[in-house]
Design a protein around this ligand. Structure first.
Ligand code: HEM
Length: 488
């Protein structure tokens, strides 16, 4: 038997029940039909998972069967015929690219190597805020945080944050918007050829622009590498031409080589080609583009709504760091226990991917007595799990970081009541990078400044509405007035 679910309409199935904030609509439905629920979105059989216990069954017990992704038009058009990693179906290509990304781009030593870049970009944000504070201005904190996060991302992935030859930020914004749009063809594939929403045309237009951008940047890197190599033969020096190699450098050092040289089972080894490189670069940009910034904005909004928690955090920062120097990523972060609780609590209530990214089942299987057909789409409602009163007690809707005191629950994916980065084979490979960025930016903003809401706005009246897009952001920008508080 299939899991229970509501009656569906012809053709559209349950699409009309999703609304603008599907995580909330699905939570309401799960209250009626249970933590493993069956829906049909267009023509796609869909299973919605809404409790920690059920999430464990899908993401741990039966993880291997649910580790694939549905086919999306976006993956086909924007990612060079599904050559990215995040949307790739489960199989050798995904496995090898994921390994490459985890070991070469997102490994702890690489995350650490970008610490000076983070320091520089956070420094620029703090300077701008200090100046605004001296002039008594209210700032658009959302905009400033997103901009800084983008600059960190572009420098880390591409080695630059602007280019005189093209509108780097504009092209990437357009790409993100195209990828975030709800595409009917993904749930009603028969509509794909008609392109009612004009999305296929948009993908085609956009993929050309993004390809030109990536191609130009790759060629710059190739020329720089060639120049460096000529120099190294004369001086006998080896190594990269930058102090810290950006992601383009790393991928170019692996291009035209087998994706996994140690896998002797494959008859024809998969070779990393130029399109793979461009698809992976785009994957990294999209994955890092706004995720950490969205979490920082939610955290600051919660802190502004809860002056008690803001004060506790400031006290912790003051006792560990004092007021005569800035937070240091290497020496201070692990001592900031309350900061970690604040970030955990923010990600519990505001996971940036409230429904993870849909998974797809590989074979027919049985879970908890229910039949789950092959090629079902699996939606894990992490947002609803984070607010489940049976897992989090009656105050589950409240922002209360102290709930993590003397608790072993963490964000790493083994506690199924808190999985903002997912869990299992498809869990976020950028977890360390995302988490350090969030913790570091929040620590600096709270350590360096006292924050006030714009005149007349009371903490309890701060708007916390959500907007469902590539990440679930705060619908309205966070505005606040900074006052610098350090003695330096
Ligand atoms: C606060 C920051 C971040 C959060 C909360 C987050 C969360 C997530 C979530 C929920 C998923 C989907 C898991 C699933 O489908 O089961 C995911 C996937 C992914 N994330 Fe992150 N992420 C963050 C930052 C980053 C960063 C900085 C990068 C890399 C630059 C990154 C790279 C990826 C990739 C490549 C995937 C797809 C993995 C796959 O399909 O195998 N993420 N992330």
């Amino acid at each position: 038997k299939l899991p229970p679910g509501p009656w569906s309409l012809p053709i559209i199935g349950h699409l009309h029940m999703l609304g603008n904030l599907p995580h909330r609509s699905l939570q309401d439905l799960a209250k009626k039909y249970g933590p493993i629920m069956s829906l049909r979105l267009g023509s796609i059989p869909t299973i919605v998972v809404s409790s920690p216990k059920a999430a464990k069954l899908f993401l741990k017990t039966h993880d291997a069967n649910f580790a694939s992704r549905p086919r999306y038009q976006a993956s086909e058009y924007m990612y060079y015929g599904s050559k990215g990693m995040g949307l790739a179906e489960y199989g050798p290509y995904w496995r090898h690219t994921r390994k490459l990304c985890t070991l070469q781009l997102l490994c702890p030593s690489k995350v650490e190597a970008f610490a000076p870049l983070r320091r520089e970009e956070i420094g620029l944000l703090l300077q701008a805020l200090k100046k605004a504070g001296e002039e008594g201005q209210v700032v658009d904190l959302s905009e400033m945080i997103y901009e800084m996060n983008e600059d960190i991302t572009y420098r880390m992935v591409l080695g630059c944050k602007r280019d005189d030859r093209f509108d780097l930020k504009g092209i990437i914004h357009e790409t993100v918007l195209a990828l975030a749009a709800f595409n009917l063809a993904d749930v009603l594939p028969s509509l794909g050829a008609i392109d009612i929403q004009g999305i296929t045309r948009r993908f085609k237009r956009n993929s050309k622009k993004i390809d030109q951008l990536l191609e130009t940047i790759i060629q710059d890197h190739e020329q720089a590498r060639a120049a460096k190599n000529t120099r190294s033969t004369t001086t006998g020096q080896q190594g990269h031409y930058h102090e810290e190699a950006d992601f383009v450098d790393v991928l170019l050092s692996l291009i035209n080589k087998p994706l996994n040289p140690n896998d002797h089972n494959e008859k024809v080894p998969l070779i990393l080609d130029r399109e793979n490189v461009k698809a992976i670069l785009l994957d990294m940009i999209i994955a890092a583009y706004e995720t950490s910034a969205t979490t920082v904005v939610w955290t600051l909004a919660e802190l502004l709504r809860q002056p008690r928690v803001m004060k506790n955090l400031q006290q912790e920062l003051e006792s560990v760091i004092g007021k005569d120097r800035m937070v240091d990523e290497f020496t201070d972060m692990r001592k900031l226990a309350y900061l970690n609780m604040v970030v955990n609590e923010s990600m519990r209530l505001h996971p940036i991917a409230p429904l993870l990214f849909p998974h797809e089942s590989i074979n027919d299987t049985t879970v908890d007595g229910y039949n789950i057909p092959k090629k079902s789409r699996i939606i894990v409602n992490v947002w609803s799990i984070g607010r489940d009163p049976t897992a989090w007690s009656e105050n589950a809707e409240e922002f209360y970081p102290e709930r993590f005191m003397n608790s072993n629950v963490d964000l790493l994916g083994h506690d199924f009541q808190l999985i903002p980065f997912g869990s299992g084979r498809r869990a976020c490979p950028g977890l360390q990078l995302g988490l350090i960025t969030v913790r570091l930016v929040v620590a600096h903003l709270v350590h360096c400044f006292d924050w006030e809401l714009p005149t007349g706005l009371q903490p309890q009246d701060l708007d916390m509405s959500e907007k469902f897009s590539i990440s679930m952001m705060k619908a309205n920008h966070l505005l606040a007035k900074p006052t610098y508080r350090l003695h330096m």
